[in-house]
Design a binder for this molecule. Structure first.
Ligand SMILES: Cc1ncc(COP(=O)(O)O)c(C=O)c1O
Length: 303
């Protein structure tokens, strides 16, 4: 385990706040054995975790989707996040990345719930946030459309933010080995779903399009904000199924996530998008998204 003596990384394991180098989780934890865990990521602005309650509500929904009985309510997790954040802030004044993980627990090897010797376990990791550099918002992302498929909802519902990310992780590794920044995934019908850790949108003739939730994607908190902000700007919004070719022909493409916010895609596979620069709708939505963050947290959105 790496030592983080002077590192500001703070962990909270089931209520116990620990420096990173002392943290321990059992090798019999089901998150480790089977990816039988859930997680959420929130980011602070001006010392406030953005949309924390929505992320915790999504975690409760994920738990229901994977038959996990949470030992701690969203409200008690929220309090623990804030308590851990206080410990982090006593060491580090900058903005934070917070990962909340719950696993079904630890016990004997085996799938049955009778193997469990502990109830669900939670871990909260808070560390300095690594945000994309400002230049990345100007250059945009270069994405590959992966040949690996997004999980079918009947196999592992992408609406559930589980710790089981191996196919997305492999899509990312495939893409980065070819010097792409990241990857988009299609489903078995050939429809575009989402990125490895972000939702995707395109603009065609002024209309903003994104895959619908029932195609099998994560109900991104940032995606929700983008859809609402776009409507507020009078932009027509459509949630539609589409093949990858639609993206090649689009005027703009961008992705959304809590960490990336709203970020242009300027190259997809071999094709330049929007002449290799973020397009006007993408720029407008990024500005609006950051303005809203300022209103909600008092933070000055990073440019
Ligand atoms: C698969 C996937 N889609 C979309 C997102 C974006 O979600 P949010 O906007 O809630 O951060 C994530 C975030 O991790 C993700 O893992």
């Amino acid at each position: 385990m790496p030592t983080h003596d002077r590192s500001p990384i703070i962990l909270n394991i089931n209520g116990e706040i620990t420096p990173a180098d002392r943290a321990q989780v059992s090798v019999f934890d089901r998150g480790y054995l089977y990816g039988d865990s859930l997680y959420e990521v929130v980011r602070s602005y001006n010392g406030v975790f953005l949309h924390l309650d929505e992320h915790l509500a999504r975690m409760e929904k994920s738990a229901a989707l994977c038959r996990m009985v949470m030992a701690h309510t969203a409200e008690s997790l929220r309090k623990e996040v804030l308590r851990t954040f206080d410990a982090f802030r006593s060491k580090h004044r900058g903005e934070a990345y917070c990962r909340i993980i719950i696993s079904r627990g630890a016990g004997k090897i085996g799938f049955g719930l009778n193997c469990l010797e502990t109830p669900t376990l939670y871990t909260i990791i808070i560390q300095p946030v690594e945000t994309p550099p400002a230049s990345q918002y100007e250059q945009g992302l270069h994405l590959q459309i992966s040949e690996r498929l997004r999980n079918d909802s009947r196999a592992l519902d992408p609406a559930m933010k589980s710790g089981n990310y191996l196919n997305s992780l492999l899509a990312y590794l495939d893409a980065s080995s070819l010097n792409y920044d990241d990857a988009l995934l299609c489903n078995a019908d050939g429809h575009v779903t989402e990125g490895t850790t972000f939702n995707v949108f395109y603009v065609h003739r002024g209309i903003l399009c994104t895959p619908p939730l029932d195609i099998g994607i994560l109900d991104g908190i940032t995606r929700r904000r983008v859809l609402t902000l776009a409507q507020g700007l009078g932009i027509e919004v459509r949630e539609v199924r589409f093949p990858r070719e639609r993206l090649y022909e689009s005027d703009e493409i961008f992705v959304s996530s809590s960490i990336k916010e709203v970020m242009a895609v300027t190259k997809l596979d071999q094709k330049l998008i929007s002449k290799g620069k973020p397009g006007p709708v993408t720029r407008k939505l990024l500005v609006k998204y950051r303005e809203e963050i300022t209103q909600l947290t008092g933070a000055r959105g990073k440019s």
